[in-house]
Design a protein around this ligand. Sequence first.
Ligand code: HEM
Ligand SMILES: CC(C)=CCC/C(C)=C/CC/C(C)=C/COP(=O)(O)OP(=O)(O)O
Length: 303
Amino acid sequence: MAQSLTHGETALPADWRDLFALTKPRVMSLVVFTALCGLLAAPVSVPPVLAFASILAIALGAGASGALNQWYEAGLDAKMKRTAGRPLPAGRLDPQTALQFGIGLAAFSLFLMLFASNWQATLLLAASILFYVFVYTMWLKPRTPQNIVIGGAAGAFPPLIGWVAATGSIAPLPVMLFLLIFLWTPPHFWALALFMRSDYAAAGIPMMPVVAGEKSTRRQILFYALIMAVAAIAPWPLGYTGALYGWTAVILSALFVALSVQVGIRETGDADLMQPEKRLFAYSIAYLFILFGAVVADHWWPL
Ligand code: HEM
Ligand SMILES: CC(C)=CCC/C(C)=C/CC/C(C)=C/COP(=O)(O)OP(=O)(O)O
């Protein structure tokens, strides 16, 4: 896409790679995977074309919300080392283009969802996009260290959307998967926030380690990891999944808690010596990938 756009005095080419980067593809890959697993774990068989279109709709909706987040936060992103190279703060993309891209993609994703599945899933997708953009990005993130606890709900919706796209209704298992991601988000993000603390402080964003300090953040990571482990295992004894998922959840969650204990009991850490925090952050991503894979495997090939 090499068309020229006016940006002040200069013309900026809207490179497709920059538009792609606006969708936060790496983060959204896990978001989309959890949605796919929600759809595949539902007790109905969806025609493959419609299943593919529904997941594509969720991917485009999630990407749109990432683009709108980056459009709104270009000024903040410029102040943080991790994000300064993004297309908007780096000046490679025109803000107007980013905004139009985000709105257009969001609208298209909703039409696609409506066409491919049902209005219930479309409504949930719309709510997730609006929640991430308005409630998390614009309202909570600059105001409170609880931003990611409440705002994290947006990232917990995708498996529910996948399930509802397949069935048209909500059931206990996808609600439990929602709860699992909801409780997973604080340890996932605060582990990173501990070793990225100076970035957030420089940008004036009130993330937990900046506001409440390291010690309190570490204790809270451990607290959420413990209740997340309970939420992860619960579907098995409650009869919503079988032993394949159950044992996977027990083993992976035990490791999650063990890594969180390492992080939780440390008093402090030099930014350069944050190996346990980096390990927990990396593991949190693998954890969710494998656990959601197990939900599907358990449904299709029960032990
Ligand atoms: C409010 C909630 C969340 C916050 C604040 C958050 C924050 C972050 C940050 C700052 C990064 C590192 C840098 C980056 O690649 O952008 C990251 C990485 C990542 N997050 Fe999250 N996250 C949240 C929720 C989620 C959710 C719900 C998922 C998926 C279900 C997710 C999946 C990932 C993945 C896969 C990465 C690694 C990306 C890579 O390899 O570059 N995150 N997250
Ligand atoms: C279906 C649908 C709409 C899903 C939305 C998925 C969603 C809300 C994911 C949240 C994950 C995410 C990109 C957090 C980044 O936080 P941040 O924006 O604070 O991170 P940053 O500092 O990297 O910009």
